[in-house]
Design a binder for this molecule. Structure first.
Ligand SMILES: Nc1ncnc2c1ncn2[C@@H]1O[C@H](COP(=O)(O)OP(=O)(O)OP(=O)(O)O)[C@@H](O)[C@H]1O
Length: 721
């Protein structure tokens, strides 16, 4: 869970506070950059060239040039050393080998950084203009996640601000009392009521601020939870073909990478901004009452302070922008090195040292860059503080001038000095808040964009449900093309499935068998042609209700990291199944015997990632998948190469049971094992997405077409062996 939960309780009204870190870096660690002066100069020039609103392509190019310059420096500086260190200095250990991806590690701007690019190059004015809408969106998000807590945060926060304003006003009273003419005891007495009010106001503010922080601590994770749930909900609601749409996948990746976190942060920083705004309004109000000149003075102070804040933040983002690609690649490699699946190949291909060197090279670049960021952050903060001191000095000089020339009373001057102090601190924090809300708002826009896009791709949901069971399913001229594909994967297919039949789909690789099976299963909707269930157009049924009637054994069945029992029972997760029912399904899929040999039999967790977990062989996983499909007990069973990983005995068993199972059901069988096909009632031969032959085994052999060729080829291979 993301971590950023600003603690508002630490906000102090007693004067300007230290500026917050210039660049909150959600997700990846803070970026970095080598300290070479020339590279920095080149980067600065390029950065200036990339003006706000510049087209994305231009920005990407500029960034790539910069990144490359800096990368080259960093690689020179440390990568080879790092590579040498890792493997003990051997020749093969060094990072001499070409970088992964065949691009020699060129760091082009990844798609998901375009928002940061925009943020890094936005002016303060641009940020301020978008702000109201962003704050509105943040509020909506918080409201939807938890309306009561959202209102509580708002009420507590505003009340704390009002209490702070009261405190400020009472300070004026204290000064007024203390600095009036007369003997000291009288002056002290005159100041007491205001002092009491000040104490009460501060106590109330402390309490309210604490309550606001507590409510916010509750709201923030709930917002994250709501955003994550919404993303998952929409991701699973779109139809399957949307997963093959690269644009949607990009959008999903962006929303997942940064969007969810940004949703939470927009709310967090929105609250922070509100807090600072209330404080500022209080200070400004008091100043306006004290002297008409003081308010414009404070407003003037916002210009340099805001400029310094935005400049510091933008510098941080630029660094992040530059090095986040390095960081991501390093993480990707590290993940691969740590994962179980590639562990075998890492060793078998003896690539350990090569990969380590590459990971170290990237890490080195990031480390060098990180040191640079720290140095530059100190410098920027120094400038910011100097500028801030200058503006504050100017404000006080004006105040002195007002006092000196008798335009302001001493008591009022004391209170004004206090209010200016607070006002300037608030302004600085406000500038940071604005910058943060804006930056996170850009990623949040990605999240919202994905939600809107997914809603457009959501499956249609007609009221009508498919009937339980069928006599005949008919496909008429069905054509299906994947997004961006040049030609249809299934082209004008017409076929009929009757109850109790075993129908086989045969054809060479890529001929469209699996796609056709997915269409039959209701996973893809054809762009042309119709599918009817007992004469009713299946598109008029709720897609889920069609799938309820289908059990599928996928080509690559999912290896659910659940117990063996759950791996089978998930086939009908909505109906509670007893162990004996699960065992019956397991026997049907020829899985019972090996499951009983597992350490905890049916309760064994099938994942090596957990203690006591076990893993299965490819064939065993397949048998579980067949059992799962049997357990689903649906009128249409689609088996897409169910025996590809099975040994001869298991294969024989599965087909024998399929025959039994077909009684009263329909089985669609896809397999390259021609011997298993000859048993089918009808065989459809596919070529380039179209049905080129159909009939029984004998009939097709006699036709001497593609089927006969494939069959004879396989049979002869066995005979010659
Ligand atoms: N998700 C996808 N996106 C785009 N094209 C796809 C996708 N899946 C399959 N295709 C293409 O559709 C065509 C048919 O693929 P399909 O998987 O249906 O063939 P198949 O007959 O089942 O092949 P195999 O015997 O190898 O399993 C192929 O050209 C394939 O490249």
């Amino acid at each position: 869970m993301p971590d950023v939960t600003p603690d508002h309780s630490t906000t102090d009204d007693t004067g300007p506070t230290e500026p917050p870190p210039s660049a909150p870096a959600p997700g990846p660690p803070s970026p970095a950059g080598p300290v070479k002066a020339e590279a920095l100069k080149a980067r600065a020039e390029k950065a200036e060239a990339v003006k706000a609103g510049a087209v994305k392509a231009k920005a990407e190019k500029a960034e790539a040039v910069r990144a490359e310059a800096v990368r080259a420096e960093a690689v020179k500086a440390g990568a080879r050393d790092a590579g040498a260190r890792i493997g003990g200095g051997g020749e093969t250990d060094r990072a001499e080998a070409p970088a992964l991806g065949g691009d020699d590690g060129e760091l082009t701007l990844p798609y998901w950084l375009t928002s940061t690019q925009e943020a890094a190059n936005s002016s303060f004015l641009q940020m301020s203009r978008r702000l109201p809408r962003l704050l509105g969106q943040a509020w909506l998000l918080a409201w939807r996640a938890d309306p009561r807590t959202a209102v509580a945060v708002l009420v507590f926060q505003v009340s704390a601000g009002v209490a702070a304003a009261l405190g400020l006003i009472s300070v004026v009273g204290v000064f007024d009392g203390l600095l009036q003419a007369g003997p000291t005891p009288e002056r002290v007495r005159a100041a007491v009521p205001s002092l009491v009010l000040l104490i009460l106001a501060l106590a109330a503010r402390g309490l309210l601020q604490g309550a606001a922080t507590a409510a916010h601590g509750r709201l923030s994770p709930v917002v994250y939870e709501a955003a994550e749930n919404r993303l998952l909900d929409l991701t699973t609601r779109v139809d399957l073909v949307t997963f093959d749409d690269p644009e949607w996948r990009d959008a999903m990746q962006r929303a997942r990478d940064r969007g969810i976190h940004a949703a939470q942060q927009v709310v967090d920083f929105g609250i922070e901004l509100l807090t600072n705004l209330v404080g500022l309004v209080a200070a400004a109000g008091v100043l306006a009452v004290l002297h008409p000149l003081l308010l414009p003075l404070l407003v003037c102070a916002v210009v340099p302070t805001g400029w310094a804040a935005v400049r510091a933040a933008r510098a941080g983002y630029r660094n992040q922008l530059r090095y986040i690609a390095v960081w991501r690649r390093q993480r990707m490699l590290a993940d691969l090195l740590e994962a179980r699946e590639p562990a075998g190949e890492v060793r078998a291909f003896t690539v350990r040292r090569f990969l380590l060197a590459e990971a170290a090279r990237l890490l080195r670049i990031a480390t060098v860059a990180e040191i640079d960021v720290a140095t530059r952050a100190v410098r920027t903060n120094l400038y910011g503080q100097a500028l801030s001191a200058l503006v504050t000095g100017l404000a006080y000089l004006t105040l002195l001038w007002l006092l000196w020339t008798g335009r302001m009373e001493l008591a009022v001057g004391g209170a004004a000095a206090y209010a200016i102090n607070i006002g300037i601190g608030r302004l600085r924090e406000l500038a940071f808040s604005v910058n943060r809300v804006y930056e996170q708002g850009l990623y949040f826009a990605d999240f919202q964009g994905f939600c809107e896009m997914s809603l457009k791709h959501a499956e249609p949901s007609p009221e009508r449900s498919a009937p339980a069971g069928f006599e005949e399913i008919t496909l008429d001229g069905v054509t299906f093309r994947y997004p961006d594909a040049e030609r249809p994967a299934v082209n004008g297919v017409s076929l009929t499935l009757r109850r109790g039949e075993i129908v086989a789909l045969v054809g060479e690789n890529g001929s469209g068998k699996s796609t056709l099976a997915a269409i039959l299963a209701g996973l893809y909707r054809p762009q042309q042609g119709t599918i009817t269930w007992d004469g009713v157009d299946a598109s008029r049924f709720r897609p889920e209700s069609v799938r309820e009637q289908v059990a599928v054994v996928m080509q690559e069945p999912t290896r659910w990291p659940l117990s063996a029992r759950a791996n089978i029972a998930i086939g009908r997760h909505d109906r509670p199944a007893s162990l004996s029912q699960v065992q019956t399904s397991a026997r049907a899929g020829d899985a019972h015997d090996f499951v009983m040999e597992l350490p905890r039999a049916y309760e064994t967790l099938l994942s090596r990632h957990f203690t006591d977990g076990a893993d299965l062989s490819g064939g065993q996983w397949q048998r579980l998948a067949v059992s799962r499909a049997f357990h689903r007990d649906a009128p249409l069973l689609i088996c897409d190469e169910p025996t590809a990983n099975l040994d001869a005995r298991a294969e024989h068993e599965v087909y024998r049971r399929l025959r039994d199972l077909a009684a009263g059901r329909t089985v669609v069988l896809i397999t390259h094992r021609m011997a298993s096909v000859r048993e089918a009632d009808r065989i459809y031969v596919l070529d380039h997405g179209a049905v080129v032959e159909q009939g029984g085994h004998e009939e097709l052999m006699a036709a001497d077409g593609l089927y006969a060729q494939l069959f004879t080829l396989q049979a002869s291979a066995y005979q010659s062996a």
